[in-house]
Design a protein around this ligand. Structure first.
Ligand SMILES: *Cc1c(COP(=O)(O)O)cnc(C)c1O
Length: 609
């Protein structure tokens, strides 16, 4: 039976049981049951489910792996981690993360004023805060306020001008000061679609000349004791471990050199993020060539080696992994609205007494197709259809003939698929010709923007019917009016879905590993907004649906675009009131309806069941 690569990307988080995808934790509820319960309460359209136990699992994994490696190598430096807020700033995620990370002293990383203020409000007391990215005087000032509040905060300097600003601001502020980190520009670069943050030409970091200058500036201004950390970040989703090893070696040497220059409080190396997630559903398209265990062992081993060689202290290790922590906690569930070829049924044929010869032949193919000739007949029917379409353009056949040809060709394709059902290779061979378009109630631009922007794939699979063989090779279409809103599949890596009559039965797809970056990068194309979300807490006996946040209403969406919604309402009101086509009672009715539509979200609701 088809498992949609769950063994590759699933990390044991989900299992298939009785034909349904279940959350592999405690009570092991089926996702489809959770969704049905939400839909029974009136929540329609795409639903984003958050699973806090998966956040907990990733936090435990990271701390567990590094602490194990430290023990194994008898490593004396400490291990610290912060979560980079840019990966997902939604409260449904961040508040859970902070709560679950408390015992580990798990901190937060901020890259902007807004994120820093968020960190200052929600970070666990005494847990570290690191601040990266470009900084103006105001942001640095907020960093000082954080230190004055008692936060353990490190401002990572990306350029000498930022250091000069700090030197100025120190004179104006009170006693407590933030720690200072220096972002180093390594000559080792990462690889992969996101690897623009490392390397000698990267957007960030100090060159070796600037590092020397920075240490001198710190010394002159009596701030050297605030300098505690060096930082680098090779880019996100590092798919090979090799560049990281090189970078660690380089950073380790920079660390010991800077300490030799007198930076005695420099105790930590921060390796940024980049720990990769396995997104692939296909064996031949794996996204990374290492495990977390290997990653942690390499980091500890290399840093220990460098310190030994230079007879220096083993540095504390800081990491800022975001994608790895956040990706698996969120699953988007969306109903299939339509299969494009479903309208082609035998009952819709309008055969005449005298049909064009090609139509009669198509009909014969349809009636006499069997397993042994299925491939041949399918190809013949496609040729016939092409010919009919040409004849139509030339005016030799009419619209009824054309419709008959289209129906018959689709019926032949369907028959071929069911006849070839057990011959996977034959099915694969025809999958380009008979691919079915599944229209799904979601926006790809809102919920998987990295697919649109970077062709990053995400695992997609049906949440039920998994004890039946899926026969339709599929491509997935979203409900935006944009031809980019499609996830297509190739002959080599097809997605097979079930042939469901969605007029009679719901069919739900799950989109997995969308918890990192997708939510906040999501675009409001066609004004489809962040979907309704819910947090699912699971225990041995049961599961609880909590913190339901309904997708924004159309009025709120318009307000976000800075429309004056009172003006919008007034205009609509006025136009209905002055309409001469309906009477007063009808006007009242129409106004009531409009009010309901404006206060609901814009996803599709009533197609299908
Ligand atoms: C984006 C970013 C991260 C997080 O990277 P992931 O690949 O999500 O782990 C960490 N540190 C810095 C400086 C970043 O810019």
């Amino acid at each position: 039976m088809m498992d949609y690569g769950i063994d590759i990307w699933g990390d044991d988080n989900f299992i298939i049981k009785n034909g349904k995808v279940c959350v592999n934790y405690e009570k092991k509820p089926a996702i489809i049951d959770i969704v049905k319960s939400l839909r029974n309460d009136g929540y329609r359209g795409p639903l984003l489910l958050r699973f806090p136990h998966l956040i907990q699992k990733q936090i435990e994994n990271i701390y567990g792996s590094f602490n194990k490696a430290r023990k194994e190598f008898n490593y004396k430096g400490k291990f610290n981690a912060v979560y980079p807020l840019k990966v997902n700033q939604y409260p449904g995620f961040v508040k859970n993360l902070v709560k679950l990370g408390k015992d580990y002293n798990y901190g937060l990383e901020a890259g902007s004023k807004a994120e820093l203020l968020l960190a200052m409000a929600y970070n666990n007391e005494n847990a570290p805060i690191t601040v990266n990215g470009f900084k103006d005087r105001e942001l640095i000032n907020i960093g000082f306020i954080a230190a004055e509040m008692g936060h353990n905060i490190t401002l990572t300097i990306e350029g000498l001008n930022e250091l000069e600003a700090i030197i100025d601001i120190v004179k104006e502020r009170f006693q407590p000061k933030p720690n200072i980190g220096l972002r180093v520009r390594l000559h080792s670069a990462g690889i992969g679609i996101w690897a623009k943050s490392g390397g000698i030409n990267s957007k960030f970091g100090l060159t070796s000349t600037e590092l020397i200058e920075a240490v001198n500036l710190l010394k002159e201004n009596k701030l050297l004791e605030q300098f505690t950390m060096i930082h680098f970040h090779l880019g996100s989703q590092i798919n090979e471990i090799h560049p990281l090893k090189k970078a660690l070696n380089e950073a380790g040497n920079i660390y010991t050199e800077l300490r030799k220059m007198g930076a005695k409080n420099l105790k930590a190396i921060n390796l940024g993020g980049g720990l990769a997630v396995e997104y692939s559903q296909f064996k031949n398209e794996k996204s990374r060539n290492y495990t977390l265990k290997e990653y942690a062992n390499d980091v500890v081993f290399i840093l220990k080696n460098v310190a030994e060689q230079k007879s220096d202290l083993e540095p504390d290790i800081f990491i800022e992994s975001g994608r790895f922590i956040a990706a698996n906690h969120a699953v988007l569930v969306a109903p299939v609205l339509e299969l494009f070829s479903q309208e082609y049924t035998e009952s819709k044929l309008l055969l005449k007494k005298d049909n064009p010869k090609l139509i009669d032949e198509l009909y014969d193919l349809y009636k006499s197709i069997k397993a042994s000739n299925a491939l041949e007949y399918l190809h013949d029917s496609i040729d016939h259809l092409e010919s009919i379409l040409t004849l139509f353009d030339l005016g030799y056949v009419d619209l009824k003939d054309r419709s008959n040809a289209e129906i018959l060709t689709h019926l032949i394709a369907k028959k071929a698929i069911s006849l070839l059902g057990d011959k996977q290779a034959d099915l694969l061979a025809i999958q380009d010709e008979v691919q079915e378009r599944y229209l799904v109630n979601f926006s790809l631009f809102q919920s998987m923007p990295d697919f649109w922007g970077l062709k990053q794939g995400f695992p997609i699979m049906p949440l039920h019917h998994l004890d039946e063989k899926p026969t339709r090779s599929a491509s997935i279409w979203d409900i935006t009016c944009d031809s980019d809103g499609e996830v297509s599949y190739s002959k080599d890596n097809p997605l097979f879905l079930h042939d469901i009559d969605v007029e009679k039965e719901n069919y739900f797809l799950g989109f997995f590993l969308i918890g990192a970056y997708q939510e906040v990068l999501g675009m409001k194309h066609n004004l489809f907004i962040h979907p309704t979300e819910a947090t699912i807490s699971i225990n041995e006996k049961d599961y609880k649906i909590e913190n339901i946040i309904e997708a924004q209403s159309i009025l709120d969406t318009l307000e976000d675009l800075d429309y004056d919604i009172h003006e919008v309402m007034d205009i609509l009101n006025e136009r209905i009131s002055s309409s001469k086509l309906v009477n007063e009672k009808q006007k009242k009715h129409i106004l009531g309806e409009l009010y309901l539509f404006l206060n609901d979200n814009g996803y599709l609701k009533s197609i299908g069941v």
